[in-house]
Design a protein around this ligand. Structure first.
Ligand code: KIV
Ligand code: ZN
Length: 389
């Protein structure tokens, strides 16, 4: 069976950069954009050009240097926004305008004080304006996660008719459960007559920690693009994490899907974004956290040392991480201790390790982690004692 290509749309430079304190200058954005392109990301959302002169300049500069990936600029369903986005993107080899409007009743009533019919007309008009500048137009139905399916389907059908080539179904507030989000995508596939003329995109936020699960539910039900950010950065609790979706797709053959991302570059990109945006990666972050390939409890270490697959579903090399780590704490066992001594060049037998283990536990109870220097000292003392006896 032919595998489905999942388009990876990175929005680190737009939704990710909306994190307070994460403002990047144009040079920093260019460095990240080039690294994203080099890793095989299909679409780079470079910014929201009308939002500030700085963002406009960054999108313009990124458009000049990116050669293979599509460069995308965000806009509201406002003529001026779309014109400014088109201007910022004019040097891009493959420009995309991403325009849209809120479609849930929360947005229609509270934000726009409008009606469904008016919103539908604005949606159609925005796509037509954008099509004057490029054939690659993506429409977002903001807060689609809480938009009634029947109205959402009407909007999506109309914007595809107006020329949208990708339709984005954002769970803007991160509210949906995975099966609900999946059912929404399935509903659109079954109720939008021209859906075969556009790619359906998932854009999920992480307010309830379900962004990755929801995006995967989306592709299981027919979506073919995922919008995501490096390290899951983004508004509030963040967006879908790029490294997570790429690895879920790579690890689960049953999804029958693939991406163009070179997963070996995930760790270095995560570090680049963390350093540039000055947002540390939480140690237990899936795929790229510093503990993602660390083993510290005795039971796990013993199993891991017998066969890495006992406790690891991903080989760290697959994501460009250093070797797995055996961390020595008061919860570690004898096999981990022997392994770490061996790495330092000491080949102690079972009796030696039994004697050293008690000494090790005393040190481990005092310190959070027992390091190479502690082991070296223990080994020296033990050997000196053996010689003197
Ligand atoms: O979360 C959202 O709805 C968005 C849109 C602007 C695409 O970021
Ligand atoms: Zn968003």
């Amino acid at each position: 069976m032919q595998q489905n290509k999942i388009v990876i749309f990175d929005t680190t430079l737009r939704d990710g950069e909306q994190v307070p304190g994460c403002k990047l200058n144009a040079d920093e954005k260019i460095e990240i954009a080039l690294a994203l392109e080099n890793m095989g990301v299909d679409v780079i959302e470079a910014g929201f050009p009308v939002s500030s002169p700085g963002d406009f300049e960054s999108v313009k500069k990124i458009s000049r240097v990116i050669k293979n990936s599509v460069v995308c600029g965000l806009s509201r369903a406002v003529k001026k926004d779309i014109e400014v986005a088109a201007l910022a993107l004019r040097f891009a080899q493959r420009p995309r305008i991403h325009t849209g409007i809120g479609t849930s009743d929360f947005h229609i009533k509270s934000k726009f004080n409008s009606t469904r019919d008016e919103i539908l007309q604005r949606a159609i008009q925005s796509v037509k304006w954008a099509r004057n500048f490029t054939d690659d137009v993506e429409f977002y139905a903001e807060d689609a996660g809480r938009t009634e399916n029947e109205f959402l389907a009407r909007v999506i059908e109309a914007v595809i008719k107006a020329g949208a080539t990708t339709v984005n179904i954002p769970d803007t507030t991160g509210y949906c459960l995975p099966h609900q989000y999946g059912e929404k995508i399935a509903y659109l596939i079954h109720h939008v007559s021209n859906i075969d003329k556009a790619v359906i995109s998932c854009h999920c936020h992480n307010d309830l920690g379900m962004a990755t699960a929801n995006s995967i539910a989306g592709i299981m039900n027919g979506a073919r693009q995922i919008e995501c950010t490096i390290n899951g950065l983004g508004e509030r609790a963040g967006n879908t994490s790029l490294e997570e979706v790429v690895m879920v797709i790579q690890q689960h053959a049953s999804l029958n899907a693939f991406t163009s991302v070179n997963s070996k570059k995930l760790t270095s990109l995560s570090q680049l974004v963390s350093d540039t945006m000055r947002v540390p990666v939480q140690p237990n972050k899936a795929i790229v956290g510093s503990n993602a390939f660390s083993h510290s409890s005795g039971i796990h270490q013993d199993g891991f040392l017998k066969d890495a697959q006992t406790y690891e579903i991903i080989n760290p090399e697959q994501v460009g991480a250093n070797q797995s780590k055996i961390v020595l704490t008061a919860r570690s066992g004898r096999s981990a201790l022997a392994f770490r001594f061996q790495k330092l060049g000491f080949n102690f037998d079972r009796n030696d390790i039994d004697s050293l283990y008690n000494q090790f536990l005393k040190v481990a109870d005092r310190k959070k982690e027992v390091g190479d220097e502690d082991l070296q000292e223990m080994a020296n003392q033990y050997q000196a004692l053996a010689v003197s006896v």
